[in-house]
Design a protein around this ligand. Structure first.
Ligand code: PLP
Length: 299
């Protein structure tokens, strides 16, 4: 039951002033408009996972994430849409639930809390087996939807990407979305991945491993625009987000897409592009994560 209406997605040109006319055009693919909860790339990464689980006869899904995880919230909601039970294994213990975790509960997700230390076992089936009942009936989705169904699902985003774009900018958490898109679009098109964490360049390994043979060209990963690290922000980033909103009327999220656009603007100003280039930026959503800085944003 795919009940999220993709017709809400639009391609919105940015204000040329924002990029000082340095390239022929920059558009934004507004996947954030898909749905207020399951926004952006998460829906694409989850839909084939849940479909597979249901078609194979699994009774429920279990996945993993931190207290601020967009993936957990999206999974809770998508599972409800598909009518399958979902459990989230949460890294860390919370006396007071975060807005994301409250939302997971509101969507009917069962939460199991484990210590930071324990969470490191998340790849070991024997560990997960001890945490959940009816292990054999459960389909496990890795953190961030980073598996073959997640990558194939992310590839469906290609339906919005015309051949006329020379560059596609994507925010990178696990790299699953970047891989899915790389595997599906025209090989000549360059993909620019922006990792919002320190030393995010390590993600190249997973990305390299899963790009289809023969397609492993024309993608780059940048990790210098983390602004202090994953989930970290400063006044400069907030100012950037507010200016971006004023000029383009597009809200960016504080974790991923703001750092992508910040990095892209730095590249534009350092003349990394040619005048004839045409760039598509994927707005992968995540706006519900802005609640923590709500009073500092003008939107
Ligand atoms: C989760 C998320 C990402 C990261 O996607 P990956 O497929 O894990 O690389 C990017 N942007 C937003 C807004 C996200 O919530």
């Amino acid at each position: 039951m795919d009940t999220i209406d993709e017709s809400r997605v639009i391609i919105q040109p940015l204000n040329k002033e924002w990029y000082q006319h340095k390239v022929a055009g920059i558009d934004m693919l507004r996947l954030d408009l898909l749905h207020p909860v399951v926004s952006g790339n998460k829906w694409y990464k989850l839909r084939l996972n849940i479909k597979h689980a249901q078609e194979t006869g699994y009774k429920s899904i279990v996945t993993f994430g931190g207290g601020f995880s967009n993936h957990l919230v999206a999974t809770a909601y998508a599972a409800k849409l598909f009518g399958i039970k979902a459990t989230g294994i949460v890294r860390g213990k919370y006396d007071v639930l975060t807005p994301s975790l409250l939302q997971c509960k509101a969507e009917g997700m069962e939460l199991i809390f484990v210590s930071q230390e324990d969470y490191k076992n998340k790849h070991e089936p024997e560990w997960a087996e001890k945490l959940v009942a009816n292990f054999d009936e459960i389909f496990f989705i890795p953190e961030g939807g980073a598996n073959e169904w997640g990558r194939a699902g992310a590839g469906l985003i290609n339906r919005f990407i015309k051949n006329t774009y020379t560059h596609i900018a994507v925010a990178v958490g696990t790299g699953t979305t970047l891989i899915g898109i790389r595997n599906k679009i025209n090989e000549q098109q360059q993909i620019l991945g922006f990792a919002p964490m320190k030393k995010g360049i390590y993600l190249k390994e997973y990305i390299n491993e899963h790009i289809q043979p023969g397609k492993n060209r024309n993608w780059q990963l940048f990790d210098e625009w983390h602004l202090g690290g994953f989930g970290k922000w400063n006044d400069e980033l907030l100012g950037f987000m507010n200016d971006f909103y004023t000029q383009n009327i597009i809200p960016l999220d504080i974790v991923y897409t703001s750092k992508m656009m910040y990095g892209l603007q730095q590249m534009l100003f350092s003349e990394a592009f040619a005048q004839e280039h045409k760039i598509l930026c994927v707005h992968s959503g995540g706006l519900q994560g802005n609640v923590s800085v709500k009073d500092k944003l003008i939107y």
